[in-house]
Design a protein around this ligand. Structure first.
Ligand code: GLN
Length: 390
């Protein structure tokens, strides 16, 4: 029988992020692997969506999203990001920020175009780019600080490079790229005429008083940047799949068209739910930072106590831990040993790397209730002896 498989999927397999969730479910473990974000949804967001369904706001919205929501997003962009966006021409409500990424690369790039990723990267950026027929290129940043290195970026550029992806705060490293880092991106992007795609999904999950900085506010980047943001993490609604893309008008038009062709629109009642979330007072966002910082500290302390060497994140809700000294042949072997013995799931670092560095790293997600994290930390501490004997 003929097998039907697109050449675009050749060699691609399911991400370890998802594989580890399946492995974790098999043993009934604590899932610090996939960034599930299974904390409670803010009541106004939940109730806003329920009310919208009751009110029969259940048909298609405009492909770019409900105008009321885009107006609220424009206000938020001005207030929190310093971005001036016209709700009518610069904003597309997308099916998660992953949907925004898909529409941006499909709408703005051509098969064969090079797309530069900073390694460690979010694996879905890589695989979505491959699916779109793009050619991924990598600038590998070094732990523990993952500093943005101009020479490495320049060395990774090829004649076909058309875009660069900047994820800040970064999944998986937690590194935040500030104004001086983005000046480097600006210089290179202007010189090489590159599109800049940012993934800022973790913009509100930032620590130690740091400020989030948007590439799109820089003069040289304003006209060439697609800013991808979302609400999955901010409102703990990863399964709603709601995000938005902000871009200059011609780019935004292409993104909206791709969004229309693939999805028609983002789910309408959920658009009304998140509209309520955008009305949240500043205290909501301040509390989010404090809560996640406490969670970060619980897990990092547990990892440190167990000798797993966390690389303390500046933002986002993941921590990479260096496990290379434990002597496992692969990161997957280390993750499986940890899961089998302690029933705590993590993600092998290889999900975020082409090169060998990933073999020495595990990623832990700490978007969990404090008690669950404390229990996970306790189990990880108990793993110490087993590792020493391994
Ligand atoms: N962004 C989340 C992570 O990195 C979820 C990814 C996914 O399930 N595709 O874990």
């Amino acid at each position: 029988m003929t097998t039907f498989l697109s050449a675009r999927l050749a060699g691609m397999t399911q991400s370890e992020i998802r594989n580890m969730t399946r492995e974790c479910e098999k043993v009934g473990g604590i899932n610090l692997g996939q960034g599930l974000g299974d904390l409670p949804t803010p009541p106004p967001v939940r109730d806003g969506a329920i009310q919208a369904i009751r009110d029969r706001k259940s048909t298609y919205s405009f492909p770019e999203g409900a105008l009321e929501l885009r107006q609220l997003i424009a206000e938020k962009l001005r207030r929190d990001n310093g971005i001036e966006a016209d709700p009518k021409t610069n904003i597309t409500v997308t099916v998660g920020s992953s949907g925004g990424f898909a529409c941006a690369i499909m709408g703005l790039l051509n098969p064969g175009d090079g797309i530069l990723l900073l390694e460690p990267y979010y694996g879905y950026h890589l695989n979505a780019a491959l699916l779109a027929g793009l050619v991924p290129q990598f600038a590998t940043l070094s732990p523990p600080d993952f500093a943005l290195d101009e020479a490495k970026i320049r060395a990774a550029l090829k004649p076909n490079t058309r875009a660069i992806v900047v994820c800040s705060p970064s999944n998986p490293s937690g590194r935040m790229y500030g104004e001086s880092d983005l000046k480097v991106i600006e210089k290179i992007a202007v010189e090489k005429n590159l599109l800049v795609i940012t993934d800022e999904i973790y913009e509100y999950i930032i620590y130690d008083g740091r400020k989030h900085f948007c590439a799109a506010t820089m003069p040289g980047l304003r006209d060439r940047t697609v800013t991808l943001m979302g609400v999955s993490k901010t409102f703990s609604i990863t399964g709603w799949r709601m995000g938005y893309a902000v871009a200059p008008e011609p780019l935004s038009r292409a993104i909206t068209l791709a969004n229309d062709l693939f999805y028609v629109c983002a789910p309408t009642p959920l658009q009304h739910g998140i509209a309520e979330g955008f009305k949240s007072p500043p205290e909501f966002f301040a509390k989010l930072k404090g809560d996640y910082q406490r969670k970060r500290d619980i897990i990092c302390q547990g990892l440190t106590d167990a000798g797993l060497r966390p690389i303390i994140p500046q933002g986002a809700y993941y921590v990479l831990a260096d496990v290379s000294h434990l002597g496992y042949p692969t990161a997957k072997a280390a993750a499986m040993a940890l899961l089998n013995e302690t029933k705590v799931a993590s993600v092998p670092g290889t999900a975020f790397y082409q090169g060998k560095t990933g073999e020495g790293l595990l990623r832990f997600c700490f978007a969990k209730e404090d008690e669950v994290l404390a229990e996970a930390a306790k189990r990880i501490r108990a793993f110490k002896g087993a590792l020493v004997n391994a």
